[in-house]
Ligand binder design. Structure first.
Ligand SMILES: NC(=O)c1ccc[n+]([C@@H]2O[C@H](COP(=O)([O-])OP(=O)(O)OC[C@H]3O[C@@H](n4cnc5c(N)ncnc54)[C@H](O)[C@@H]3O)[C@@H](O)[C@H]2O)c1
Length: 337
């Protein structure tokens, strides 16, 4: 049994709490810490069976009974808390992204060198049943040599302009998942990135210095070409699809829906809209990813997604931003790490 502490009790902290309490049989949560812990959250945690809460995550780091921490706090805290947790000898599951600052990520990479600490980054979509099945088809050789990868990733509603301003922008906050997906499906790194982007959803996002719509083309190191299309608002809900096309065939996913009912009437033939957003769409993947992290600790194996997998999509996000700023394809080798 692995004893864990959760740092940050916002949306994703609650998701991971729920996953561990309901689905991960070999882990138990000893404490959840959040400086803004509300009475309501505390009550909810007690209801989930979490006995201890704190406003100071150091209580988790200083507790010798706690083997591992899940860093679910705001993005700007991830790298520092990672460093403190590693120094305290805790295994770390860190939500994406580790940091937007490459120098801070480098510090985490260095801190892990030569240590036996397990470190996993929260790119949950790799564990989604649809995307994992596409990957399996590729690995099993069903597609042959990969030629084209397509990722469609559109949110049902845009974030506030204030959030857009502090989140690092669409590429480092939202597309970062798609950059990871492209690496995952290609089985290699990106070589060059070119972006066409626009502000078509909300002018306030543009005023905050961000974009809300983009098509990104990526040359992969294995020669394949990847395309990501992003929008901050799809009128029909959360659009999350991927396709790998190769010399022998193609593997493609469609969206998950609440049911597979297709309604046929004199007005037409309709199906359900995609599940609304990440909390509805990806719950299974969140539980599976945390289960894999706990298994890696118990069995002393590598985590499926280490610190370098956390770094690479940040490099891609920085290259994408540079492509927008300079209106040209940007090689990953141009990004100094
Ligand atoms: N993998 C995913 O799909 C996914 C989805 C959502 C969020 N995230 C990531 O998770 C992180 C949190 O996002 P969220 O949506 O839960 O945000 P949120 O604002 O709902 O929650 C963040 C929580 O962290 C707490 N916090 C801030 N500083 C802290 C500290 N020093 N110690 C402990 N807690 C602290 C805040 O009080 C807040 O309760 C972000 O980095 C985000 O990128 C990942």
């Amino acid at each position: 049994m692995v004893t864990v502490g959760i740092i940050g009790a916002g949306r994703i902290g609650k998701v991971h709490t729920e996953s561990i309490c309901n689905y991960v049989r070999n882990a138990k949560i000893k404490m959840v810490a959040d400086p803004f812990m509300s009475e309501e959250t505390e009550k909810w945690l007690k209801g989930m069976g979490v006995a201890n809460t704190s406003k100071d995550y150091h209580e988790i780091l200083n507790d010798p009974e706690i083997d591992a921490v899940l860093i679910c706090s705001s993005t700007n805290t991830h790298s520092n808390i990672s460093l403190e947790a590693i120094a305290a000898g805790k295994h770390v599951f860190c939500e994406k992204p580790i940091d937007h600052d490459l120098a801070k990520i480098k510090e985490v990479v260095k801190a892990l060198e030569g240590s036996s600490i397990k470190y996993q980054v929260g790119f949950n979509r790799r564990f989604d049943h649809n995307f994992a099945a596409v990957k399996k088809a590729v690995v099993d050789g069903k597609i042959g040599e990969t030629h084209i990868i397509k990722v469609t990733s559109r949110d049902p509603e845009p974030p506030s302009a204030e959030y857009a301003a502090v989140s690092g922008g669409m590429f480092l906050d939202m597309t970062i998942h798609d950059f990871d997906m492209v690496r995952f499906l290609a089985g290699c790194d990106a070589e060059e990135i070119y972006v066409q982007s626009a502000v078509l959803v909300d002018p306030a996002i543009g005023e905050a210095g961000d974009v809300d719509t983009a098509v990104i083309t990526i040359k992969m190191e294995n020669g394949a070409i990847a395309v990501i299309d992003n929008s901050r608002r799809a009128a029909y809900g959360y659009d999350q699809r991927a396709e790998v096309f190769g010399s022998k065939g193609m593997a493609a996913t469609s969206n998950d829906t609440a049911s597979s009912v297709v309604l046929s009437t004199q007005d037409g033939v309709t199906g359900e809209k995609p599940l609304y957003f990440f909390l509805e769409r990806y719950m299974q993947s969140f539980a599976t990813e945390v289960g894999c992290f706990i298994d890696a600790i118990e069995n002393d194996t590598d985590t499926p997604l280490g610190v370098v997998d956390g770094l690479k999509p940040v490099l891609m996000g920085i290259a994408a931003k540079k492509s927008v700023e300079e209106h040209r394809p940007v090689k990953l080798s141009e990004i100094q790490y």
